[in-house]
Structure formats: C-alpha cells, structure tokens
Design a protein around this ligand. Structure first.
Ligand code: ADP
Ligand code: GLC
Length: 488
C-alpha cells in the first residue's frame, strides 16, 4: 500500500507539539508493516539543511503553483526519515515558509497551506508516484481531499486515490475570510450557508477536510466521542455528526527509540523499571541544573506544555494559592500565551526555592524533566490524545491528569481505597474542570508519594505499559483499506 503522509510539522525536522511527534514516527511504523510511505512537509527556514542531510531533487525542477493570481515557485528538497527508508519531501518556497515561526497570524496564512496542499498534488504528479491514500493531518492539509475530488479530478491518475483526514486538535480549524475561496480555487457553492466548507461565514479548512475525506479519525477513542458534542466539537460537531459512520478514534503511539529512559540520549542517568536508581540521580541533576535545592521528601511536579487555554492553566491559576502551599517543587517548561508565561515567571520569582520556569521550546530539557520529575501535571480542558503523559508512564513519572480525551484513555486512576486500582492504577485523575478538583488530585498524589511502597507500585504499573506504534499503525492500515474501498 502506498501512503502519502502530509503534515505541517514532523520530528526531527520541525516540531511545536505532538503532531510533530506523530508525523515523525507513524510513517516509520507503517513502513515496518509493509507500506511504502512518503512524507510531505513544508521546508521552513528553521530546518537545517546540512544537519538533516537535505538535498534538492533536481529531476523535478521548479514547480509553478498559482495562488491568489500569483505564481509561486516550489522546489522539492529530499531527505530520509532517520532509522527508516521513508522518503521525506520538503516543499521549498521561501516566500511562504521563511518566517519567524512555523505558524503565523500573517494575512497570507491561508496561502501558506493552500500551497502545501496544491504542492503535494503537483509533486505527486511529477514524481509519478500515485498513492493509494493521502493521509492528511489537521487543518493545514484540509483542502487536499477537495483538490483530489474536484480541482485535480481531471487527472485520472488520482481516480483511485483515497483520503484519510486525521484530527489532532479541533481547536485549530484554519478559518479564513471568503476571499480565501478564490485564492484556493474552491467552488463558490461550497460556501453557501452551512455548505461543506462554510462555518459562521468563514471558509474553514478543517471543515473542508471533514466534509470531503473518505474516512476521518482522531487520536483517541474518547475524543472521537467527545467531539460529537457541542461542548467539545468547537462548531465542528454538526458536520462530524453527519459523518459519524466514518469517524474513528486511534490512540497515538510512542517512538520508544526516542522516549525511553533506558536509552534516552538526552538524560545523564539511564534507568529502567528494574533499576529505578538512575531516576533519583536525574532528579538531583535537574534540580542542580535549575538551581532548586534537593530534598528527597519533596516531589518534583513537572509541567511540559504549550501554554494555551486548552491545557488547563486557567484552573491551575485558580488553584495556585493552595497548590503552592503543598510540599512540592515545580519545574515548568512551556511557551505560548503571555498571560500564562507571566504566571509561571511570577511564581518562580516569588518562590525561588520551589518553582523553576523556562519559557521557550527546549527538547533536551523536556526529556530531562520527563526523567527527573516524580509527577507530571496535565490538567487539560480537552486533550485529543496527549503524548507527554504517555512518555511519563514509561519514565516512572506519575501523571496527574484531567479525565478527558486521550488522558482518560491512557491514565488509570490509582485509588487508595480500591484494591483493584492498586493492581492497575498508573496515575491520578480528576473529572470536574475546576481548581478545586485539580488541587485535590495533586494532594492525593503527594499523599501517595509519601508512602514509598505505594509510589513504587504506581510507577511500575505505568512503566509496564506499552503504547508502541505497532498496534495503532495496524489500525491505521484498516482505515486506509476502508478509505480505499469507499473511494472505489
Ligand atoms: P500538544 O500536541 O497538544 O502540544 P502533546 O502532549 O500531544 O500535546 O505533545 C506535546 C509534545 O510537545 C511533547 O512531545 C512535549 O514533550 C513537547 N513539548 C511541549 N512543550 C514543549 C517545550 N516548551 N519544549 C520542548 N518540548 C515541548
Ligand atoms: C494535538 C493534541 C494532542 C495530541 C497531538 C498529536 O496537538 O493537542 O492531544 O497528542 O495533537 O496527535
């Protein structure tokens, strides 16, 4: 089976969050199961050509792509996804992709991803490589299904090419004003009220992806249910309900070559569930590194997150006066909205022995925090899958999570009063989206931490869990088969 996998970021080339992790690892897992996969991503300025062994594909030459009445030239650069034979194609168009950030609020943000969608199709034509499935990810790739079915239907080579649209996060929809329709070359009638690309008078790339793809999925079973409701659907619930029969949930896997405390290249002390000693050494190392005093009695609670409303920092702020009184230290890594970054910096200044905050993106530090912390907090308002908590399980770092989406599917609550939970519990969860419930969960976790035997049991329960890609990739292959059958 031939799969063109399209995403706006992929590890190790470009990453802002979990989408990058998925796009850099699922293609490898698919290849191991016998698929031929080619990965397509934008060639952002920040992707270092030398370090990543990129080279130009001169056979293809310049691809002219017209957007908004202008012709833009795209060149293809190529590399191999590390530890695989997956070919990665970078769409090189400096006009659109040489910016300070991968995602922008610039007025041509729509054009940047219209270019990605058109560019992928034009590249496939020139490569003469006809995929059975184009696997689209999030709104940036939402126009591909329409392009395949409408704009490029004249090219019979795509007659049997199916599309799968994966929703990683319904909160980011790519909504633009009506003039984007013309820029993208999409039929006007799709934009009538409640038409397949229209919502609240905007042209919505995500709605387009949902409306026109053969099969749709999201990244956990619980989130696949949640997004059918007005509360979690963020306006997409109606169109999703209309396609309910074609909507599936597949939990993300983990690249355990990168996220495994036994071999992690970024941590100073390696350890395993059989030799947990290295974890304490990492904790000492981290605390020294961030200049917090080490005290074995105080758990370190880690936070590694994009700092946006999705991640539950409102309720964290509500509870902070009580949280800070608990016997714990906090190591926080993240970047995002100013108000949250300021909150964490203020905390660090106010409690220099208890709180360290780093704002910005730092991959190495993220690995160290996973390894060194005792707990990891993810109080998300919603969470399609969540990868950080899955990494935590493997690192013996006990997750404290709000029971929603993928957090509900991957963390089993440990309850001090239920014997069965003692056998299986891997973390602490709470349901109510409130500062009080968050505080209660953290307090429960700290109480358990103080009982060494209990704590070790919870850690070992989590470390024994495996979320390797193999089984999720098999589920994706089933969806590809369904999509191909529907297209036929
Ligand atoms: P999301 O995709 O919504 O951000 P996930 O939990 O799926 O949430 O994935 C987040 C990924 O991004 C994890 O790999 C995490 O380690 C990483 N990450 C988040 N913030 C940072 C940061 N500031 N620096 C480095 N890595 C980060
Ligand atoms: C999104 C979601 C996150 C998920 C990731 C990868 O960014 O917020 O929950 O793990 O995509 O699918």
């Amino acid at each position: 089976m031939k799969i063109a996998f399209v995403a706006s970021e992929a590890v190790p080339f470009a990453k802002t969050g979990g989408l990058g992790d998925v796009a850099g690892s699922l293609p490898k897992a698919l290849e191991k199961l016998g698929c031929e996969v080619k990965l397509f991503v934008p060639k952002y300025l920040q992707i270092n050509e030398t370090k990543n062994n990129l080279h130009y594909n001169w056979d293809i030459g310049k691809i002219p792509i017209s957007i908004a009445g202008q012709v833009r030239s795209v060149h293809l650069q190529q590399a191999v996804l590390p530890d695989s034979n997956v070919q990665v194609y970078f769409l090189d168009c400096p006009h659109y992709y040489h910016r300070d950030h991968f995602y922008t609020n610039h007025p041509d943000e729509d054009e940047r991803f219209i270019l990605l969608c058109k560019g992928v199709i034009e590249s496939l034509q020139r490569l003469k490589w006809i995929p059975n499935v184009i696997h689209c990810n999030d709104w940036q790739t939402g126009l591909l299904p329409i392009y395949i079915k409408d704009n490029y239907s004249w090219d019979k080579i795509f007659n049997h090419t199916a599309t799968l649209f994966t929703i990683h996060n319904i909160g980011y929809q790519g909504r633009f004003s009506a003039d984007a329709l013309l820029k993208a070359g999409i039929r006007d009638d799709y934009f009538l009220d409640n038409g397949p690309v229209e919502i609240d008078k905007t042209f919505c790339f995500m709605k387009a992806g949902i409306s026109f793809s053969d099969i749709i999925n999201t990244v956990s079973k619980t989130y696949a249910q949640e997004i059918l409701s007005p509360e979690y659907g963020a306006g997409m619930n109606l169109v999703l309900n209309s396609r309910k029969e074609d909507l599936y949930g597949i939990i993300n896997g983990v690249d355990y070559d990168l996220w495994n405390p036994e071999i992690d290249a970024f941590i100073p002390f390696r350890y395993s569930m059989h030799h947990l000693g290295g974890k304490l050494e990492n904790k000492k190392f981290l605390l020294e590194h961030v200049k917090l005093p080490f005290n074995e009695k105080l758990p370190v609670i880690g936070i590694i997150s994009r700092m946006v409303a999705q991640k539950g920092f409102d309720i964290f702020a509500d509870a902070i006066d009580e949280l800070i009184k608990l016997s714990a230290q906090w190591v926080i890594l993240g970047s995002g909205e100013d108000k949250y970054e300021t909150l964490f910096h203020t905390l660090a200044q106010g409690f220099p022995e208890r709180v360290f905050a780093y704002t910005g993106y730092n991959n190495e530090l993220s690995h160290l925090i996973e390894a060194a912390s005792d707990m990891l907090l993810m109080p998300s308002h919603y969470e399609p899958c969540g990868l950080s908590q899955i990494y935590s399980l493997k690192y013996g770092t006990v997750p404290i999570v709000r029971k929603t989406g993928g957090l509900a599917d991957t963390v089993q609550d440990w309850n001090e009063y239920l014997r069965s939970d003692k056998e299986t519990g891997t973390g602490f969860s709470f349901e109510d989206y409130s500062g009080f419930s968050l505080f209660t969960a953290v307090k429960r976790a700290i109480a358990a931490f103080n009982d060494k035997e209990t704590w070790k049991k919870i850690q070992i329960n989590g470390m024994g869990k495996s979320y390797s890609w193999e089984s999720s990739a098999k589920e994706y292959i089933k969806l590809y088969e369904m999509a191909i059958a529907k297209r036929a």
